[in-house]
Design a protein around this ligand. Sequence first.
Ligand code: NAD
Ligand code: UFG
Length: 336
Amino acid sequence: MILVTGGAGYIGSHTCVALAQAGHEIIVLDNLCNSRADVVGRLSRLCGQEVRFVQGDIRDGPMLDKLFATHPISAVLHFAGLKAVGESVNEPLAYYDNNVNGAVQLLDAMRRARIKTFVFSSSATVYGDPASVPISEDFPRAATSPYGRSKLMVEDILADVAHAEPEWRIARLRYFNPVGAHESGLIGENPQGVPNNLMPYVAQVASGQREYLNVWGNDYPTPDGTGVRDYIHVVDLAEGHLAALDYLHRQGGLLTVNLGTGRGFSVLDMVGAFERACGQAIAYKIAARRPGDIAACWADPSRAQELLGWQAKRGLDQMCVDAWRWQQSISRGGGG
Ligand code: NAD
Ligand code: UFG
C-alpha cells in the first residue's frame, strides 16, 4: 500500500489514479487546506477502488505513527505542502513549517515505522534563473523565494538521509509546469481566488469568469517576447511517479530527475493553443513583467528517459483540451 500525502490536491489526485491503474493500493492523507473532501469520491470512481482517506496533517507525529502501525504501507509519495510563490514571500514561516518541518516530521515517522521508500515533489524552481536552457539536473541550484528555498532545503535533507542510511530509496522529482487535467473531467486543478498560474487563468477567461489575461511582459529575450515554460500534462507527470517508484524498487539509492517535456512554449503559444481547444478568442493585454519571473525555462528530460524509461507523451493541444473540459465541469459545479 502506498501513502499519498496531499493526494486530494492537483498532482497527487492524478497520481493516485495512475497508481491504482497500475494495481497499487493507496491511502490518501490530506488536511484539505487547499482541496476538498469530495475529490475522494470522484477519485474512488476513477480508481475503481474505495480510496482510503485520512484527514490529517503531515506534522502530526502521533497520527502518522498510528497510520503506519495500522496499514501495510511500503512507500510514501509526498505531495503535501504549500506552493504559492508570492504568498511564501509574505508568510515564510508558514512555508518552512509546512514544507520543511512537515517533511522532517513525515520522514521521522517513516523511520520509526521502518518505511524507507520516499518520493518527493520538488520543482524546477530549484534552478532559480538558469544560465541557459535546456536545464539538466547538474545545473546549479538557487532559491528566489521562501517557497523555492523550502524545496532546496528538503532536497538537501533527503540527500543527508540517503547518505546516513543508504538503505533508503529516495526520489527527488523536479516538476516543470504541470497543466491540464484527467480526460474524464472528474479531477483537475481548481485554485481558490485569483489564479497565479497561467493555465487556470486562461481557462477562467475562456469560461467568462475573468475579462482578460494579463500577459506579464512581452520584452523578454524569447521569440515573441513573452515568457517561455515547459508545460507538462499532469497525467504524464503522474506516470513519471510510477516510473520513479519502479526505479527505486529496482535500484534503490537517491534519484534526482527532471520531469518535463523538453519543449518550451511562450505565453502567446499557450493562448493560441487554448483558443483552438475552446473554439473562442482569449482576450489579453500586455502588462509589465511580474517581479521574480524568468524569461525561459525548460527541461533536459534525457535523464528521466534513460533511467526511468519515461517520457511525456501528451502534447499542447491535449493539455488545453483537457484543461478546458475540466474548466467547463467546474463552471457547471461538477468538480473541484
Ligand atoms: P495542491 O495544493 O493542489 O496539493 C497539495 C495538497 O496538500 C492539498 O490537497 C493540500 O490540502 C495538502 N496539504 C498541504 N499542506 C498539508 C499538510 N501540512 N498536511 C496534509 N496535507 C497538506 O498542489 P499541487 O499542485 O498538487 O502540488 C503538489 C506538490 O508538488 C507540492 O509539494 C508542490 O510544491 C509541488 N509542485 C507543484 C508544482 C505546480 O505547479 N503545481 C510545480 C512544482 C512542484
Ligand atoms: N503568466 C502571465 N499571466 C498570468 C500568469 C502567468 O503572463 O496571469 C506568465 C508568466 O509570466 C510566465 C508563464 O505565464 O511567463 C508561466 O507562469 P506560471 O505562473 O503559470 O508558472 P511559473 O513558471 O511562473 O511558476 C510555476 C509554479 C512555481 C514553480 C515553477 C517552476 O507556479 O511554483 O513553475 O516549476 F516553481
